[in-house]
Ligand binder design. Structure first.
Ligand SMILES: O=C(O)/C=C/C(=O)CC(=O)CC(=O)O
Ligand SMILES: [Ca+2]
Ligand SMILES: [Mg+2]
Length: 406
């Protein structure tokens, strides 16, 4: 395509899916460079049998199809964009990228906890008198079911949540005073399974359609008080932001990399030693009010997406097209590689320094967070962009605070 060279991070090696609108209703598109190809219009002309899968403004009908259909559509789009003889047909279907929308109706949403660095750092903060990692951590990828209805697309303002927190010997109700972020990678699922049918590790690629970026906004004061013993609840369910582009899993083939060495023998349903690697060479970046404050490395994640999916379904739980699971906070071993402000500010003990003498431990109203992701260029591999997930914190309507003495 004109202006989109082979090295462009949104070149034909990428081709992420999204939903965009101009004046009217959203439409499903594939991004090429800084333009969007209208999928329904392109399929109507060039692959009519695929048109019903892309005629809605969400990916769910396509996600319901088997993975071989996803691959067929991707190969077709790629050929349309590279075959010079099709230019007169394809070029009129390209438009600038308009307003982006959530490109899939989210089914069930699960958040994992797959970074050893994050889990041990936050374990030390929340449970200073216990070992940093729980004893089950290296035997299974820990996760919890989140609230799919509050998954929002990048750019949606995030209202500061209200809730209960423990303050000394009292319980207070009011706006969160410790609003945080979690930089994560999300996996969008398709090709439904039936109840009682686990997804084997080796079949994970038949169900993982693609990848997006996730910001799991987290109210640490609410979380610390409520999470015992059932895990995160209202401290995380008020909003979860996702990037607008779903990058097909196949686009990440060249980003595959072995995960870290495993420290304990794994149950056979999680043992990936004989399988192609599922680690992904994705580099994240967290920007707070215009300053980059962290570089979380996804290859450092202990558990892979395939292991998370195998675990998610080992009990026979079925998956539906549009289900989403997130990796958990991506944190590396270095202080400037943490995926949350809680870690970066050491729970408020060493605030993050921003230009102009400003500091932040947790988010204030008006703060903007941008999480970016990319597969860096490597020999024989052009850079691949995953885009960004952004959000601005807005004040919640005045209420409280209320104090209850215990
Ligand atoms: O250690 C805990 O009690 C909870 C940690 C989290 O914040 C849970 C979470 O969202 C998982 C993650 O993002 O890694
Ligand atoms: Ca999380
Ligand atoms: Mg959340």
């Amino acid at each position: 395509m004109p202006g989109v060279g082979a090295g462009h991070p949104y070149g034909v090696h990428n081709l992420p899916y999204g939903a965009v609108s101009y004046a009217g209703a959203p439409r499903l598109v594939v991004r090429i460079g800084d333009q969007a190809l209208d999928l329904a219009a392109a399929c109507a002309r060039l692959a009519p049998d695929l048109a019903p899968l892309v005629s809605e403004p969400v990916l769910n009908p396509l996600l319901a199809a088997p993975a071989r259909t996803w691959r067929r559509l991707r190969a077709a789009v790629r050929s349309w964009l590279t075959d010079d003889s099709l230019r007169p047909v394809v070029e009129p279907l390209l438009r600038p990228i308009g307003q982006t929308h959530l490109p899939f109706a989210v089914g069930d949403y699960v958040d994992f906890y797959a970074s050893e660095h994050h889990a041990s750092a936050i374990g030390r903060i929340f449970r200073p008198n216990s070992p940093p990692l729980p004893e089950n951590w290296k035997h299974l990828p820990i996760g919890y079911h989140g609230r799919s209805g509050t998954v929002v697309v990048s750019g949606t303002p995030v209202a500061r949540p209200h809730g209960q927190r423990r303050v000394g010997d009292a319980v207070e109700v009011g706006p969160s005073l410790r609003l945080d972020i979690e930089a994560e990678v999300g996996f969008v699922l398709g090709a439904a399974t039936r109840l009682g049918e686990p997804v084997a590790l080796a079949d994970a690629a038949e169900h993982v359609f693609g990848v997006c970026l996730v910001n799991d906004w987290s109210a640490r004061d609410l979380q610390a008080w409520e999470y015992v013993p059932l895990g995160p609840f209202l401290g995380k369910s008020f909003a979860t932001s996702v990037s607008p582009w779903v990058v097909p899993l196949d686009a990440l083939d060249s980003a595959r990399t072995p995960p870290p060495a495993r420290d304990v023998p794994l149950a056979s349903y999680l043992d990936d030693t004989a399988l192609p690697p599922w680690g992904l060479d994705i580099a994240l970046e967290i920007e707070l009010n215009g300053t980059v404050v962290s570089h979380p490395p996804f290859p450092a994640m202990y558990w892979t997406a395939a292991q998370m999916l195998a675990h998610l379904t080992v009990n026979g739980a079925s998956i539906r097209p549009g289900d989403l699971f997130a990796s958990g906070t991506v944190s590396g071993p270095e202080p400037d590689q943490a995926g949350s402000l809680m870690e970066l500010s050491r729970a408020g003990r060493s605030p993050i320094e921003l230009p102009g003498g400003l500091t932040r431990s947790f988010l204030e109203d008006g703060d903007e967070v941008v999480i970016r992701g990319r597969v860096p260029a490597a020999p024989g591999r052009p850079e691949l962009a995953l885009g960004e997930v952004t959000g601005v914190v807005v004040a919640s309507p005045p209420r409280g605070p209320e104090r209850i003495q215990t």
